[in-house]
Design a protein around this ligand. Structure first.
Ligand SMILES: [Zn+2]
Ligand SMILES: [Zn+2]
Length: 311
C-alpha cells in the first residue's frame, strides 16, 4: 500500500513539473546518478516503479518538447549511460518478492524492463552504433546484447503467447504483444547493426536459438499481421533468414545508424577522406568548413548532439 501511494505521488509529480523532463531525470529514475534537490522523488525506485515512471516521463517529454529537442535528450542519455543501460539489461534485476510475489510475473522483468524500454527509445541515435563497434571495456556488454535478448524472447515466448490468447485481467490489453514487439524490434535493429559480422561470429544469435525464435516470429507475423507485433516479426524473421532484399535494407539502415559513411553535413554526399568529430566520434566530415557549418546548422546543430562518451 505504501508503495502504491508513493507511485501515485510520483506520477502526479511527473505531470505537474513546471519544467520539461531532462536526461538527468531519466538517469535518476534509472538509478545511474545521485538525485539532486529537484529529482529526489525520482530516486530509489524498485524495478516495477522504474518502468512505470519512465513510461510516464517519456509521455510527458513527447507532450512538452519538439521531436528535435526530445532527440537531444535521447542522444545525451545514450552518450552518458549506454554501458549502464546495457549492463543492467544483461543483469536484469528483478522486482522484490514483497511487491511481486508471483514468480512468473517477476521473470517477465528479464525482458520487459525499463532498460530495454530506454534502449529501444535511443536505438536510432548514432551513439548506439558507436557503442556497438567500440572495443573499449565499457562497451563489452554490447557484444552480448543481441544474443541475450533473443534467448530471453525464446525463453518467455511460450508463456507470453498463452497470455496473448488469454489476456490476464490485471494487465492492460495488448501488454504482451507490445512487450514482445519492443524486444523483437531491438533484435531487428541490432541484427542490422551487426550485418557485416561473419555468420559464425559469437556476437550473433546462436543457430539453435535462431531456429526457435523464427518459429515464434512466424506464428506472430501470421496471427498479428495487421499489428505492430506482426510487422516487426515479419521484418526480423526475413533479416534472420538473410533474404537478399532485406539484407540490402539492413545495410542501408546500418549505414544510416552509423552516420559515418558520408559527410555529416546535410546535402554533402562525399564518402572519402572523411574525418570524425574528435569529441563524439559519431559523425565524419569531408572538410573543416562542413564541420563548422554542421556545428551551427539552423535545423540540426551538431553542437546540441555532440557529447563525450567513455566507450
Ligand atoms: Zn562535406
Ligand atoms: Zn561531435
Amino acid at each position: 500500500m505504501e508503495n502504491y501511494d508513493r507511485l501515485e505521488e510520483l506520477v502526479a509529480a511527473i505531470y505537474s513539473m513546471p519544467r520539461s523532463p531532462t536526461a538527468e531525470d531519466f538517469a535518476t529514475m534509472l538509478g545511474f546518478v545521485e538525485p539532486t534537490e529537484s529529482t529526489r522523488l525520482f530516486a530509489n525506485l524498485d524495478e516495477v516503479s522504474k518502468l512505470l515512471a519512465v513510461c510516464h516521463l517519456l509521455r510527458r517529454l513527447r507532450m512538452m518538447l519538439s521531436e528535435r529537442d526530445q532527440d537531444i535528450i535521447y542522444n545525451k542519455l545514450a552518450a552518458s549511460h549506454l554501458p549502464a543501460l546495457v549492463n543492467n539489461f544483461l543483469d536484469a534485476p528483478l522486482p522484490p518478492t514483497t511487491i511481486y510475489p508471483d514468480e512468473s510475473k517477476r521473470s517477465e522483468f528479464r525482458l520487459n524492463n525499463v532498460y530495454l524500454e530506454i534502449l529501444g527509445t535511443i536505438s536510432h541515435t548514432p551513439y548506439l552504433s558507436k557503442f556497438l563497434r567500440s572495443h573499449k571495456a565499457a562497451a563489452e556488454g554490447g557484444k552480448r546484447l543481441l544474443k541475450t535478448i533473443a534467448e530471453r524472447v525464446v525463453e518467455l515466448a511460450p508463456s507470453w503467447d498463452k497470455k496473448m490468447l488469454n489476456p490476464p485481467l490485471d494487465r492492460e490489453p495488448g501488454y504482451y504483444e507490445s512487450a514482445a514487439g519492443t524486444a523483437i524490434q531491438m533484435i531487428s535493429t541490432l541484427s542490422a547493426a551487426f550485418v557485416k559480422e561473419s555468420v559464425d561470429s559469437p556476437i550473433l544469435i546462436a543457430q539453435e536459438t535462431k531456429q526457435a525464435l523464427i518459429v515464434w516470429l512466424r506464428k506472430w507475423e501470421r496471427r498479428h499481421a495487421s499489428e505492430f507485433l506482426g510487422r516487426v516479426s515479419e521484418r526480423t524473421r526475413s533479416q534472420l533468414e538473410r533474404r537478399d532484399r532485406l539484407m540490402q535494407d539492413a545495410n542501408r539502415i546500418r549505414r544510416m545508424l552509423k552516420n559515418w559513411d558520408r559527410c555529416g553535413y546535410i546535402g554533402c554526399n562525399k564518402d572519402s577522406d572523411l574525418k570524425a568529430c574528435a569529441r563524439c566520434h559519431t559523425v565524419r566530415y569531408c572538410c573543416p568548413e562542413h564541420q563548422r557549418a554542421h556545428w551551427n546548422d539552423r535545423d540540426n546543430p551538431h553542437k546540441k548532439f555532440c557529447f563525450q562518451a567513455d566507450y
